[in-house]
Design a protein around this ligand. Structure first.
Ligand code: HEC
Length: 153
């Protein structure tokens, strides 16, 4: 557990660095302080979210959800909280407050995060989820959160 959170913390740090540096390729060997070696694969794996394993998506996604406090309202264990659980969300048929249904795909997740009031989930209130994530999330953080929700089956 401690190892996982350490890796996730390091990954978040590297992700921020990558974003801050405009995503360019960074020096590969000289920037690892101390034990070296161990951080290189992590950096390499972060280059593309789509090439990251489900375990890594979970670790990094969980860390990102904590940074933005999504986990204050969304559980990943099937229990509803202030917001709907993320467990089993991807691919399911979601019922909206007006009685219509929508299949949860990437486009729906993206819209739900960036524009929460566009579609309101049945039995949950509007205007509770913060509506400013479009400004606060980087593209890679948004992609990661979507990939994270996708692997929570
Ligand atoms: C203050 C509570 C709160 C926070 C923080 C919050 N949400 Fe939500 N979220 C909600 C509520 C309430 C709903 C259901 C109402 C709606 O559809 O907007 C919701 C709906 C969603 C849905 C659609 C769920 C479904 O069942 O269709 C997604 C996806 C989602 N949130 C992602 C996120 C992500 C990602 C974050 C963090 C970046 C986040 N939320 C932060 C309260 C929150």
């Amino acid at each position: 557990m401690r190892f996982i959170s350490k890796v996730a913390g390091l990954a978040m740090f590297l992700l921020l660095i990558t974003v801050a540096c405009g995503g360019g390729s960074s020096p590969s060997s000289s920037d690892a302080p101390g034990s070296g070696g161990a951080s290189e694969p992590v950096a390499a794996e972060l280059k593309s979210v789509s090439e990251t394993s489900p375990e890594e998506v979970k670790a990094f996604g969980k860390a990102t959800a904590r940074v933005f406090v999504c986990n204050g309202c969304h559980t990943v264990d099937g229990v509803g909280a202030a917001g709907p659980t993320w467990l089993g969300l991807f691919g399911k048929e979601e019922t909206l407050e007006d009685g219509t249904t929508v299949i949860v795909d990437e486009a729906y997740l993206r819209e739900s995060i960036l524009d929460p009031n566009a579609k309101i989930v049945k039995d949950f209130p509007a205007d509770v989820m913060p509506a400013d994530f479009a400004e606060r999330l980087s593209d890679s953080q948004l992609d990661l959160l979507i990939e994270y929700i996708k692997v929570l089956k």
